[in-house]
Design a protein around this ligand. Structure first.
Ligand code: FAD
Ligand code: SF4
Ligand code: SF4
Ligand code: SF4
Length: 398
């Protein structure tokens, strides 16, 4: 049976818990706020199923095959504005909905916890748009996927690479009516940190968040997207990657799940049909798409994926060399390094109030203020993209 002794060896995908024939595995939060399986040994029959479906214990070996790649930008400006990068996910999802299918993805529940759920109409796809930088709780999604597949419906499942492999192992085979999209992910932060952070952002206990986006493009465009939280009082909170404490924790790798730093799913050749991720350096690949509205990079791994892409509507689609697509995409193939102070951060997270934690770890120092001023100035004057390109060249990223 599954017994977690080394947390870096469990990505929290829930495949074991959903597959257990005795329903005796509960996903429980640890003190950092991440979910891990806990077996009720009194009920367990030692069938070994949980170990068999675990995508970390039995990770899929990487096998080379022919791929295709594309740059995608949704032509619907509203959808593009709401999406993290180029809105490729929605274009694919709409195709599935048009066929009477069901789309699975990560959404906020009423309390702004992130969880996996499904949509059966195009309007409902809105809840999946924009990356939630929080680990999504799979809850009963794999079981629901299987139910719809057995009913003969077309199903699209989207999630992190470990969730994609978790589903694949849970199902035990590929289905003709299933498409899997995985998003490249540098790591996933603690749901408990997000919860406490959101509470901290409220003016008082009566104020409630009504909207949250980790990568809002409306103010300054794709290259300088911001955290945006809207409250029922009408108040808006906006903050950039250099200033917002939550984004600073995430991009400094202080609050990631331990398994992310030894991620077994970083590879070019995947079990999914399509992999999507950002394309900040689009100007180096196709200048015509470099309009600061966002472009999705798409790597297609299967014939079913390719067939679907060929029928996409309302998108600008540019075929590119797969080698060019994966070039300079470290997050696709290499785990992010653990911040040496991560454990100290979580120890403070357990013992401190949020205000104290933020004061200690993310003070609004002069350096931060200066960076914020510079970024905003460059974004307002339209010079942001040029400055970012120059900076990337100087540090050797482009
Ligand atoms: C936690 C996380 C980290 C990421 N890190 C990187 C990175 O380092 N580099 C990079 O190039 N791209 C990264 N991405 C991917 C990128 O942000 C976009 O998701 C991708 O470019 C597709 O954008 P889109 O405009 O086509 O779709 P969008 O409309 O933005 O689609 C969002 C899709 O992501 C899924 N999703 C959103 N949040 C989660 C979540 N918490 N867990 C599982 N699935 C989720 C939704 O179900 C939906 O399918 C990350 C995404 C996530 C969720
Ligand atoms: S060994 Fe079988 S019964 Fe026991 S926890 Fe694993 S799946 Fe469940
Ligand atoms: S990685 Fe997934 S299947 Fe494996 S133990 Fe963790 S939750 Fe269970
Ligand atoms: S980095 Fe790896 S382990 Fe972490 S969420 Fe992404 S795929 Fe899963």
């Amino acid at each position: 049976m599954i017994e977690i002794t080394d947390k870096s060896k469990c990505c929290g995908c829930s495949a074991c818990s959903q597959k257990c024939p005795k329903n005796c595995i509960e996903m429980k939060k640890d003190k950092e706020g991440f979910l891990y399986p806990v077996v009720n040994k009194d009920v367990c029959i030692d069938c070994g199923m949980c170990e068999k479906v675990c995508p970390v214990l039995r990770s899929e070996p990487e096998k080379k095959f022919t791929q295709t790649a594309y740059l995608v930008q949704n032509k619907n400006q509203e959808i593009l504005g709401q999406s993290t990068s180029g809105g490729a996910f929605t274009a694919i999802a709409e195709n599935i909905i048009e066929r009477g299918g069901v789309v699975f993805g990560a959404a906020f529940d009423d309390d702004f916890n992130v969880f996996h759920t499904y949509a059966e109409n195009a309007n409902d796809l809105r809840k999946f748009r924009n990356s939630k930088y929080v680990q999504s709780d799979i809850r009963g999604a794999y079981k629901d996927v299987l139910r719809f597949l057995k009913e003969g419906r077309a199903v699209l499942f989207s999630g992190t690479p470990c969730q994609a492999e978790g589903l694949y192992r849970y199902l035990g085979k590929k289905y003709d009516n299933l498409i899997i999209i995985d998003t490249v992910c540098r790591a996933v932060p603690s749901p408990e940190l997000w919860k406490r952070y959101l509470d901290y952002r409220k003016k008082d206990s009566s104020e409630k968040p009504v909207y949250a986006a980790f990568r809002d493009k409306y103010r300054y465009g794709y290259q300088y997207s911001q955290m945006h939280i809207k409250f029922d009082s009408g108040r808006d909170y906006y903050s950039g990657v250099e200033s917002d404490p939550y984004l600073r924790a995430f991009f400094n790798n202080l609050c990631d799940r331990p398994s992310c730093h030894e991620c077994a799913f970083k590879k070019r050749y995947r079990i999914s049909d399509i992999t999507v991720w950002d394309c900040f350096n689009v100007s180096l690949i196709d200048k015509s798409m470099d309009n600061n509205r966002g472009v999705t990079r798409m790597l297609v791994h299967s014939e079913a994926g390719e067939k679907l892409v060929s029928t996409l509507k309302n998108v600008q689609l540019v075929a590119i060399d797969p080698d060019v697509a994966v070039n300079r995409s470290k997050e696709l193939v290499k785990p992010t390094e653990k911040n040496q102070r991560r454990d100290e951060f979580f120890s403070d997270f357990e013992s401190m109030e949020m205000e104290q934690l933020i004061k200690k770890w993310f003070p609004d120092r002069m350096k931060v203020k200066l960076e914020r001023f510079t970024r905003k100035f460059l974004a307002r004057t339209g010079l942001y993209r040029i400055a970012k390109k120059t900076a990337r060249k100087v540090v050797g990223k482009d």
